[in-house]
Write a protein that binds this ligand. Structure first.
Ligand SMILES: Cc1cc2nc3c(=O)[nH]c(=O)nc-3n(C[C@H](O)[C@H](O)[C@H](O)COP(=O)(O)O)c2cc1C
Length: 752
């Protein structure tokens, strides 16, 4: 079919006599059976009743009454015979004027006859025939337009039948044709034109101005570029635009007829050039799509579904109830616009969840530690060790260097859960759980890894200043927040540690590129860091298949954390920083720009912010989308590194953290990138060392399975405690780094 509007119409016949009728019938019946529908007498009788509402006409007197009011008419030659070739139905109807009079009789006086007449001369264009079909059919039933221009390039699929009013024997037919036929089967006198190749830049002008311009455009298509293009064109022609989005009853009205300078889509997408959109990747289009759909305003079920698109479902869902309601709402609004009874533009919701609200059961998540440590808290902690005193060796400048090296240490989620400072000659490292308390940081083990890294940094910096350091971990049994007491010992010589140069360049690198293997020399340098004197060791896993399975395990744990109510709360209320303002204000947490995620993944994260949507995903066993990045990252890595230790204890984690930092700094010196992937090992400890605390039966089962799978991949580590897992790769440095809180926020006032 051509790509311009084609008029669809049944065939009209007027039979002067029974003979005409017979010869029509004989001719057409030879081509196939005809279904005959002749209720002309009933139609006349009904017309009579509607014209004489005060009278009480009895059906038994139908013939007599028709004779009295209409005279001796020949019924065969009365009105028109409409033949529908697509279903071979021949229908006898009143003449057009009477047909319209009777068919719209019950509109009165919600629609007056004069309004009905005005509407009969209106032309509407509808692009996209899901909601569009529902609008078109409702408008046709109400007769709130005379001309319908329908555009859609698609044909009917079986999966459309959940919302598009059509029949199984219409599968494969063009949606425009189905809609046109349905309209004409309601009212053959309406004018219906179809554009079955859809709308593009070549036919949009013709679509919007078939002879004279449309009175209203109802835009219901999926394609972002056509949405934008159609609006620019409609704006130029001053045609009002209506869109119903069948989620939360979202209705957009843009009265370009009344406000010719109104920005398209209420200014939500700025002055986007539609030509530019064409060349954009799917990922880049999201930037424009996001403000347009108003992500946070989507229904929770829609959010959850969007996260499952291309994972467990092919496309976003649409329900018949929403499409039908959308059809009704848009048809009513269309009528008001066409009759100049509405002047408003804007975005509106006809949302049953708001109109008929249900009380919500909110899961309250209490943080145990309500406030960060105050100076007096620190004073109290230090009171435990107040009796000891050692010689004050370091100058103020040296102390500052030590502090700077210490706070450059990495911490889980960049929480920086620490306060540090000198007191009575000792350096104290104090844990502030206010910053680190989380579902992931089970028994503060992640925090202790960070402290271990800090210890390594302090040691390296101290040796550059000519000191060695002795660390006394958890010196006070009852006060575990006091993580370390560090004494400095002056050395005769300055030992230059090659790792010192990496202290401030080390970074978490989350870039994902091509897999680039370690060289023999690199592998040896790393593995030689394993000290035969210590029990904390690390192994490299480089085999592709090994990585594939391990990547899936690590990614699954990450997904489970995100789906867990407390894990989710931690990530979205404490860890992630979505705006530059948040980043600069807190100077901690994870800046979303350091995560190296695509726009689509960023979008997924923003959707994931909704706890309700995540509950739905958990209920349906969804969430695979959240595994993608980590799986891809691990598969593209040169290796996974796993640090193990023989015992499970806070001290062991500090040692593991120190060792991690040594490996990380060594990698930095060799231009090897590193990214921890830690959810699996930390969460598993809830099962192994916490009896599954915080897990429900389903999570316990899931982690048992992950544990078994992990052990299969790492049999040589089965007798060990897994302290830390990271991936190494060869990527250029990230463009953005995590900030640190200002040093004065970390160092406590000297308490002597
Ligand atoms: C205990 C611990 C756990 C971590 N877990 C992860 C992780 O699972 N994924 C990740 O991308 N980074 C992880 N990191 C890296 C931190 O997010 C990172 O160190 C912090 O944001 C500071 O950034 P920087 O390392 O670039 O200085 C972890 C770091 C530590 C110390």
């Amino acid at each position: 079919m051509a790509d311009i509007g084609i008029k669809i119409s049944p065939l009209f016949y007027v039979f002067k006599s029974g003979k005409d009728f017979d010869s029509f019938f004989a001719h057409h019946e030879s081509l196939g059976p005809i279904q005959l529908h002749d209720t002309i007498q009933d139609q006349l009788f009904e017309l009579l009743r509607t014209r004489n509402p005060k009278e009480r006409f009895l059906a038994a007197q139908k013939e007599e009454l028709i004779l009295r009011y209409f005279g001796a008419i020949d019924l065969v030659s009365y009105g028109v015979w409409v033949f529908y070739p697509w279903n071979r139905c021949l229908v006898h109807l009143l003449p057009e004027k009477e047909f319209i009079e009777l068919r719209t009789n019950r509109n009165q006086f919600k629609i007056t006859p004069s309004e009905q007449h005005t509407l009969a001369n209106k032309k509407v264009g509808i692009i996209g025939l899901s909601v569009g079909q529902s609008v078109a059919l409702t408008m046709a039933m109400e007769r709130s337009a005379g001309d319908f221009h329908l555009a859609d390039f698609d044909s009917l699929d079986l999966s459309n039948l959940n919302r598009i009013r059509s029949k199984v024997f219409q599968l494969g037919l063009s949606k425009t044709l189905i809609c046109a036929r349905e309209i004409l089967e309601i009212d053959p006198f309406l004018n219906v034109y179809i554009y079955d190749k859809g709308i593009d830049e070549n036919n949009i002008d013709r679509f919007l101005t078939p002879e004279s311009k449309l009175d209203l455009l109802i835009e219901e298509c999926d394609g972002l570029d056509i949405k934008i293009l159609a609006r620019y064109k409609a704006k130029a022609l001053q045609i009002p635009v209506l869109m119903e989005t069948s989620d939360r009853g979202l209705l957009d009205i843009e009265r370009f007829d009344l406000e010719p300078n109104r920005p398209i889509l209420h200014g939500l997408i700025g002055n986007l050039d539609p030509a530019k959109l064409k060349g954009l990747s799917q990922d880049d289009k999201i930037e424009y799509l996001l403000p347009m759909v108003g992500l946070s305003a989507l229904s929770e079920r829609m959010k959850a579904s969007m996260l499952e698109v291309q994972n467990s479902i092919v496309s976003w869902p649409q329900l018949a109830s929403a499409v039908t309601m959308g059809g009704g709402v848009a048809a009513e609004m269309s009528r008001k616009i066409l009759l100049n009874q509405s002047t408003q533009s804007g975005r509106y919701y006809i949302d049953l969840d708001i109109l008929v609200p249900e009380p919500k059961l909110e899961t309250k998540i209490n943080q145990e530690t309500k406030n960060p440590l105050s100076e007096s808290d620190i004073e109290e902690i230090l009171a435990w060790v107040r009796t000891e005193k050692t010689e004050e060796l370091l100058t103020a400048d040296e102390k500052l260097k030590i502090y700077q090296a210490a706070i450059a240490a990495p911490s889980g989620g960049n929480a920086q859960p620490w306060r540090i400072g000198f007191s009575q000659g000792f350096l104290y490292l104090i844990h502030d759980p206010y910053y680190s308390e989380s579902f992931l940081d089970f028994q503060h083990l992640g925090s202790y890894i960070g402290f271990g890294a800090m210890v390594e940094n302090i040691e390296i910096e101290a040796s550059a200043l000519g000191y060695s350091v002795k660390f006394h971990y958890f010196p006070i049994e009852k006060e575990k927040r006091l993580v370390a007491q560090c004494s400095f010992i002056k050395q005769g010589t300055i030992a230059l540690n090659p790792l010192a140069s990496a202290l401030f360049t080390r970074v978490t690198n989350r870039k994902i590129g091509d897999r680039n293997l370690l060289t023999e020399a690199e592998r040896n340098t790393l593995l030689q860091l394993n000290n035969s004197q210590t029990l904390t060791q690390f192994s490299l896993f480089e085999d592709k298949e090994n990585l594939q399975e391990l990547g899936d395990i690590l990614a699954s744990a990450e997904m489970y954390l995100l789906l867990h109510p407390i894990g989710h709360h931690d990530i979205f209320t404490k860890e992630l920083r979505f705006t530059e303002e948040q980043v600069l204000q807190t100077r901690d947490g994870l800046d979303i720009d350091t995560l190296q995620v695509s726009k689509a993944e960023k979008l997924a994260l923003k959707i994931a912010n909704s706890r309700n949507a995540m509950d739905i995903l958990r209920m349906i066993g969804g969430g695979e989308a959240f595994k993608k990045t980590t799986k891809k990252a691990v598969n593209a890595s040169a290796a996974l590194g796993i640090i193990t230790m023989p015992f499970y204890s806070p001290e062991s984690y500090i040692h593991a953290g120190s060792f991690l930092q040594k490996i990380w700094l060594t990698c930095t010196n060799m231009n090897i990138s590193m990214q921890p992937v830690t959810q699996y090992s930390f969460l598993l400890n809830r099962l192994k060392h916490g009896n599954g605390v915080g897990f429900d039966a389903q999570y316990i089962e899931k982690f048992k399975v992950l544990d078994e799978r992990f052990k299969k991949q790492t049999p040589q580590l089965n007798q060990q405690e897994i302290a830390f897992i990271f991936r190494i790769s060869k990527e250029s440095n990230p463009e953005k780094r995590s900030l640190r809180r200002h040093i004065e926020q970390i160092i406590f006032r000297q308490h002597d």
